[in-house]
Design a protein around this ligand. Structure first.
Ligand SMILES: Nc1ncnc2c1ncn2[C@@H]1O[C@H](COP(=O)(O)OP(=O)(O)O)[C@@H](O)[C@H]1O
Ligand SMILES: [Mg+2]
Length: 284
């Protein structure tokens, strides 16, 4: 196994003690199982391309909030590091989202910090301590699929109440541990306000979850949670514990054509940004 230089740096600096094995490697990141003292954790190493397309994505994300006490936590988790460096690296949208979402009660891996372009976080595991399967890899009884769906819809609501939309939620970015689903993979997280593509992305996220779990519980395919939560959110009536029914009647008299056009343009722009990122990766 070729250990990436950034992980060797983390070993030199004492953040981790050992790289145990590679877990998954994709286009934008490689994930490793690592040991820090007695703890087994995972380390997500972003590829250079990801860093570059990050910049574009960050620009794309209008209305992003500035940081607060999280900086303090960054320094606390990485006490060997200079504050200035931490602040510079805090620009990572993923680790920032993880801290914020954990605080809001969303099931995400516990982040331990962001060092030299590497996110160190909790390794989500199955009952035997092995890395957890993805939602698309498990077989579910209908009742369990419905429970998972409820839990995921609630986590999407909690996220929305933080002003965030995952933006790439699918069977690949949900892990299953003994307590249920855990959301992962947040670099593309999108601001829910001041972003015209937000609704489209929220509906796509919820539809992906519904389609995946609808394979085990087909009654789920008849639900409209995304539309329902967005209407409540827009009306300022969505709280983390607001009950949802899954029913939704669209108001056909109030079709906002400009809004639809803006959403389509935004989705296209996002697709273009992703495409450019992929092309940049292929050039490497
Ligand atoms: N905290 C974690 N615990 C266990 N497995 C993880 C964790 N984070 C990522 N993985 C595994 O690594 C894969 C890739 O990670 P992900 O964050 O989705 O990055 P990307 O899809 O951009 O490569 C996941 O699909 C999952 O199988
Ligand atoms: Mg992923």
């Amino acid at each position: 196994m070729k250990t990436p230089a950034s992980l060797l740096t983390l070993i030199d600096e004492g953040v981790i003690d050992e790289v145990m094995r590679p877990l998954k490697s994709g286009k934008e990141a490689a994930v490793y199982v690592v040991r820090a003292g007695d703890d087994v954790r995972c380390a997500k190493v972003y590829k250079d391309m990801a860093q570059r397309s990050f910049q574009k994505r960050v620009q794309y994300q209008e209305g992003r909030k500035s940081r607060g006490s999280r900086e303090a936590r960054a320094v606390a988790t990485g006490s060997r590091y200079g504050r200035r460096q931490q602040e510079a690296e805090w620009k990572n949208a993923e680790v920032e989202a993880l801290y914020q979402l954990r605080e809001a009660g969303v099931r995400v891996p516990e982040p331990y910090g962001f060092f030299h372009g590497v996110l160190v976080m909790e390794l989500v595991t199955d009952a035997d301590g092995f890395s957890a399967p993805r939602l698309g890899e498990v077989e579910l009884e209908p009742a369990r699929a419905r429970r998972f769906h409820q839990a995921l819809v609630r986590d999407v609501v909690r996220m929305l109440c933080c002003g965030l939309i995952h933006g790439d939620l699918s069977a690949y970015n949900v892990l299953v541990d003994p307590e249920g689903p855990v959301l992962i993979d947040f670099p593309q997280v999108v601001s829910a306000t001041g972003n015209n593509a937000a609704r489209t992305m929220l509906l796509r996220d919820v539809n992906n979850l519904t389609a995946t779990l609808g394979r085990w519980a087909p009654d789920l395919l008849d639900t409209w949670y995304g539309e329902e939560m967005w209407a409540l959110f827009e009306a300022g009536q969505l709280a983390p514990d607001t009950p949802l029914t899954g029913h939704f009647t669209p108001d056909e008299h109030a079709v906002d054509l400009d809004g639809v056009r803006d959403a389509i343009n935004d989705a296209r722009e996002l697709a273009l940004i992703r495409q450019q990122g992929r092309e940049a990766a292929d050039e490497d």
